[in-house]
Design a protein around this ligand. Structure first.
Ligand code: AMP
Ligand code: MN
Ligand code: MN
Ligand code: MN
Length: 304
């Protein structure tokens, strides 16, 4: 009898993109390299690391992805104020060394730091002491204290059972630890992303608390300043929201993104690469991010 066929490595060419997630550089639980390894284990073929207001994790993620089956897209999630609400703009395929982007994000982080002090002062008024020091214990990046870190401090102290409950009682708009804050403008955020060669995406639009008229204003201003894509599938979207934002993508001619917004096993409803597929008629934003990172080179947005 002849010898058995040698084992061959099967190459899976099916796309499994996940274009929004977090590491310890912002409020995720895993380091950038651990995020890449988890994504690979979950079969992700293209991953964007999009930490809040910071690109400091990109080099570590690129190094972890080099020589693997995963294409790492350098990204960021920028906090924006628009019509009195916070909107998140994801940038995909950015040059993470672009000086205007880097300087703009540093400015946003300075505001974030100042906001953290005001959050702690408000919590002090309702009897929650030393919240800033408590939140800082969970923030690996001292320049990036997020409300998620405050929420972890509450849970760790036994004051609340889980982070969702902390948001509900203390950190959501209208609650004692919520403070108004001026983040970047929409034009600044989209301008920084485009200036760095990236594609700007409206993140988890289902979490924007806008009435229809204000959502239209957001879309008009976003498109007018060069925004091109919207998260249709997001870890925080219901099926109805996927349908709603798919219709908006068609109507406004926007590219569609698919993204878990993964922060960690215990805090995220959807794991890396485990989102529903995009409706097949939409133009996927990943088509603009095609590239090869085999040498650890950054994947940039292609063409216009
Ligand atoms: P910040 O950018 O500091 O205002 O914090 C926003 C972050 O808090 C989000 O990116 C999530 O990580 C987290 N977050 C916001 N709302 C909730 C919620 N309801 N439950 C759990 N985490 C939340
Ligand atoms: Mn977050
Ligand atoms: Mn967000
Ligand atoms: Mn996010």
């Amino acid at each position: 009898m002849g010898s058995a066929e040698p084992l061959r490595t099967m190459t899976c060419t099916a796309m499994n993109e996940d274009l929004h997630c977090h590491s310890t550089v912002s409020d995720g639980w895993l380091s950038p390299a651990e995020v890449v390894r988890r994504a690979l284990a979950n079969g992700v073929t293209m991953l964007a690391l999009t930490d809040h207001d910071e690109v400091a994790g990109i080099d570590e993620a690129l190094a972890a992805a080099a020589g693997t089956a995963l294409t790492l897209v350098p990204g960021v999630e920028i906090s924006v104020s628009f019509l009195g609400e916070t909107v998140h703009i994801v940038g995909l395929g950015v040059d993470h060394r672009d000086s205007r982007l880097v300087d703009g994000l540093a400015q946003v982080r300075r505001g974030r730091d100042e906001r953290a002090g005001r959050i702690a002062a408000e919590l002090e008024r309702v009897g929650i002491r030393d919240a800033l020091a408590g939140a800082r214990r969970f923030a690996h990046n001292p320049e990036l204290v997020s409300r998620a870190h405050f929420a972890r401090f509450f849970v760790d102290s036994g004051l609340m059972p889980d982070v969702n409950t902390v948001f509900r009682y203390y950190l959501a708009k209208g609650k004692p630890g919520y403070v108004e804050h001026e983040w970047a403008t929409l034009e600044e955020a989209v301008g920084w992303v485009r200036g760095a060669g990236g594609v700007a995406v409206i993140a988890h639009p289902g979490r924007c608390r806008f009435a229809d008229g204000d959502m239209k204003r957001l879309l008009e201003r976003f498109v007018a300043c060069g925004g091109e894509a919207i998260e249709v599938v997001s870890g925080s979207h219901s099926d109805a929201e996927v349908r709603r934002f798919a219709a908006i993508a068609r109507q406004w001619g926007l590219l569609a993104s698919r993204a878990s917004d993964f922060h960690g096993e215990l805090e995220s409803p959807v794991d890396l690469g485990r989102c529903a597929p995009l409706p097949p008629d939409l133009n996927p934003v990943w088509s603009r991010l095609a590239g090869n990172d085999a040498d650890g080179q950054a994947v940039r947005a292609q063409g216009d």
